[in-house]
Structure formats: C-alpha cells, structure tokens
Design a binder for this molecule. Structure first.
Ligand code: BG6
Length: 483
C-alpha cells in the first residue's frame, strides 16, 4: 500500500523526563515523575501501580533514599549528553517530525523564579537549532508530566491557581526563545492523567488539602490545567501569530462488551466521561452536560469564575493530538480486565496483547480517527503510538523486531485508510523512537524505539545506540512510501 498523503508528517517522540537524565546539574530540579523509583514487576500484564499510594509522605521518604532505590527517570537514556547523535539518527531514518518536551524543571526549577535558568535555555536552543539544521520539524510539549516537584511541595501543585500563572510564564519564555524553531506546540501531555492521578499529572497531593475528597482534588486540579492550557493557547496565538497549538489526550477507545442495551449505556457513559469529555473541553471550550451531572453525583464543586469560563470558551485548540496504543471493552458484567495506558480496561477476545497486557488494535485507530474527525472537524495528529517490547540485542548488534514492524505497518495502514475515509489527519509520531525509560513502569527494558539503547533497568550499560531492523524498515517506508 502506498502513502497517499504526500505532506503527511511521519515522525517520532520522546519526553525530557524519560530521555534526558542529567538530573542534578545545570540548575535542573526534579519533576514529579522523577520522584518515582523502579520497582520490579512480578507480572508485567497486571496493573502495576496503586496510585493512591503516592502520598507526599512516601515521596519525601523515598527522596531521602535510605533504601538505595533506583530512579530511572533521573538517568533516562542519557539524551542530555547524546542529543546530537540521537537527532542525527532521526534524520538518518528520514523522520519528518520530532516531538520532544522542554522540561519545565530545567527552565524554572522552582516555578516561582523571576528569571529563567539560562543553562536550560541554552540546552534547548542547541537542540532545536540542530533539528532545524537537519530538516526536522518539531512539536514541543511544555509539560510531559514535568511539573517541578518544588511546585508541588511549596504550592500544592496545580490545585493552587497560582500555578496557572507559573505555567503561563514558562510558556511565554518558550514562545519568546523558541517560537521560530518549533512548528507545533502542545501545552500539557495527556491532560487526563491529572483526573486519574493528580500527583503525577498535577503535583497535587491529597494530604495538602484536608477535608477535600479525592474526586474534588482530581477535577479541580484538572480544571486549573484546562484554564492554564487555554491561557497558553491565547498567549501563543498573540505572540506567534500562528494557529499551531494543540492538545494531547490519552485516547481511551473502548467497545461495548456485547449488544446488551445495559452494556451499551455503560459504554456510552464510559466514552463520554473517559474520552469525549477531554476533547469536548479543548475543542468546544465548555463543560459538557454529562460531566456537570457527574460532578453533582460526586459532590464535586469546581472553583471557577466567569472570566475563566470565557478564557476556556475563547481559546480552543487548533488541532487535536492524542496517544493511541490500544483499545478496551466496557460492560456492566462479564468483563475481564487487562492493563493499559493510564488505566486498566476490559479484555477483548478478538485482540492480541503485548506482554504488558496492552491490546493491539490497528482498526481501532481507524475507528478513532473517523470518530474524532466527525465529532470535532479539527485536524488530527497521533502524537504517540507504538509497541513496548523487551527487545534483545543480538550478536550482530541489532534487534530483529519484526513484531514491531508488523505493529507499525498495521497502524500506518489504519491511518491511511482513515484518510481515505475522509478524516483530516496530518501527522504521526511514534512513541519512544529512541529507547527510553518507560513512563508507567520505569523499566528501561520496555522498549519502543527504532534505535536500541544499551542500558538495563538499573542504568548499567554503555548507553550506545544500535539501529534495529525497524529503523531500516521506517527509512525505506519514507523513501518509497510503500508499506
Ligand atoms: C504515555 C505517555 O502515557 O504512554 C508516555 O505520554 C509513556 O510518557 C507512554 O511512556 C507509554 O507508556 P509506558 O508506560 O509504556 O512507557
């Protein structure tokens, strides 16, 4: 099959806190995500994390690290030192676009500084200029779960509305410094993370807000992020004079477990609250009725005012970007569960799953693109997709990752089919294009890349880069357009 949309952007993505390392130098503070240690999984397919266990007391205790725990996201894949080599590899594989994040912790390590950290600006200036030199377009994420931990400690994270202003200040610095070098901006990665784990998404801990329910914490923190994101959209439009700011949402496509009407209603509720809600907020700029009803039921009272609601309404995004790894099922009974991105979901007997239990569903991507296009009529960009696998480097210093090639081929075909169906899709960035630390499980051995990085789960290894079979496959796809 041929790649029929000639100006489509094919690329790869990384994040600062999973790739950079170099956590204690150049004024960098730790971001929330770098506070979580590696804990070996007994069963990779079972849901590994008990999110409510991430209390502030626990984080502070592990921070002292008396147990000698390993924190992989503080080391990443050593991108901070190897960025040039990595960008050369991306250019060699003929990527059109590279999605990366600019670490808030490197630019405003405490959030409340008046001036940005020059060393951080210098680093991203070098990286972005080099991308330009190599002909790569760039999508920059402003916070890929990278709220500086000091903001959580001192201000209570995004639950505190002062953090909105800190984020807007950070965005303003990035627009001023890098506005000419970045092609597309995404303010907040997978914004729905905050409604699932406010600590990870928003650096807000329940202990800091006595008398507040977990539901109130998660939806208030999320609301403040929606407002912060809308303010950044407004600022970007004013400063950059371009319509190039999108959202990033972890897409939770699911199917009803069967055609029993009670399950259809359950599925509809799930898709509204777990999926459409987020897209509705950023595309339509207001709370949908079904969420207002849910808030009533949960006794959630959003602290807001007419000014914030106007900001949300008037500053919707220019395109919708989302991650798509898998799909799930929903029903009231008879559902067996499996792991997935951000949350677990129902098993689907028609789908195979990875070792981590993530169900592989390329047709679900075609369905999702058609569905989102019909509903919002905004250009679509798949900003994360890929297959986590415990790749092994062979004697020839490569990885024969035919399973990944197969996964990518099927998903690329699904995108092309969706374009044929009429959906306006303009780009795709494969997750973890150069191996990096897993977001959810902190394993280095859960690899997604076209390039193998020689580190194990404890950061032992040379850090050398090796091209996998999929690297050559991707390059050929870019040269010929043939899948
Ligand atoms: C997304 C995140 O949730 O999924 C990434 O934006 C993350 O940061 C990716 O790495 C894949 O998840 P994992 O847990 O397999 O790394």
């Amino acid at each position: 099959m041929e790649n029929r949309k000639k100006d489509f952007l094919w690329g790869g993505a990384t994040s600062a806190s999973q790739a950079e390392g170099n956590f204690e130098n150049n004024g960098h503070s730790l971001s929330v995500w770098q506070m979580i240690p590696y804990i070996k999984l007994q069963d990779r397919a079972s849901i590994p994390l008990n999110f409510e266990s991430f209390t502030k007391a626990w984080v502070e205790e592990v921070f002292e690290n008396k147990q000698g725990l390993h924190y992989p996201k503080r080391f990443g894949s050593d991108y901070f030192n190897r960025w040039k080599e990595d960008i050369d590899l991306l250019a060699e594989a003929k990527l059109d676009i590279y999605r990366m994040s600019i670490s808030w912790s490197r630019i405003y390590p405490n959030g409340d500084e008046l001036e940005p950290n020059q060393k951080g600006l210098e680093f991203y200036g070098k990286v972005l200029n080099y991308c330009k030199e190599k002909g790569l377009k760039v999508m920059a994420t402003l916070s890929h779960f990278e709220t500086p931990y000091p903001i959580g400690k001192k201000y209570g994270g995004w639950m505190n509305k002062q953090v909105i202003d800190m984020f807007v200040k950070f965005a303003k610095t990035c627009f001023t410094e890098f506005g000419d070098l970045v092609d597309f901006w995404v303010p907040i990665n997978e914004i729905n993370m905050t409604a699932i784990v406010p600590m990870m998404g928003g650096a807000s801990f329940l202990e800091d807000f006595p008398g507040t329910s977990y539901d109130q914490l998660r939806f208030q923190t999320l609301h403040n992020q929606f407002v912060g994101q809308a303010k950044v959209v407004q600022l970007g439009h004013e400063m950059l004079g371009k319509k190039n700011i999108g959202c990033m949402i972890a897409n939770m496509t699911a199917y009803p477990i069967d055609c029993n009407p009670v399950n259809i209603l359950e599925w509809q509720k799930h898709q509204q609250t777990q999926r459409y809600f987020y897209f509705d907020m950023v595309a339509k700029g207001e709370y949908p009725t079904y969420m207002l009803k849910l808030f009533e039921k949960l006794n959630v009272k959003i602290d807001t005012n007419p000014e914030e609601m106007t900001i949300l309404k008037n500053n919707t995004v220019d395109f919708l970007s989302f991650s798509y790894y898998m799909s799930g099922t929903v029903g009231t009974t008879d559902v067996q569960y499996t792991s997935g991105n951000l949350t677990g979901t129902g098993k689907n007997p028609f789908l195979k799953a990875t070792e981590w239990g993530w169900q592989i569903d390329p047709q679900g991507l075609r369905y999702t693109l058609n569905d989102l296009w019909d509903r919002y009529h905004l250009p679509l960009f798949i900003s994360e997709n890929g297959m986590g696998y415990d790749d092994k480097l062979n004697d020839k210093k490569t990885v024969d990752d035919d399973y990944r090639i197969d996964y990518l081929k099927q998903h690329f075909k699904a995108i092309m089919d969706a374009i044929d169906d009429g959906a306006d899709v303009f780009g795709y960035t494969m997750w973890g294009v150069i191996d990096l630390v897993s977001g959810g499980t902190n394993e280095m051995s859960k690899r997604y890349g076209l390039v193998y990085v020689d580190y194990d789960d404890f950061h032992n290894g040379t850090g050398d880069r090796f091209k996998k079979k999929s690297f050559y496959w991707f390059k050929k796809f870019q040269e010929t357009g043939e899948l």
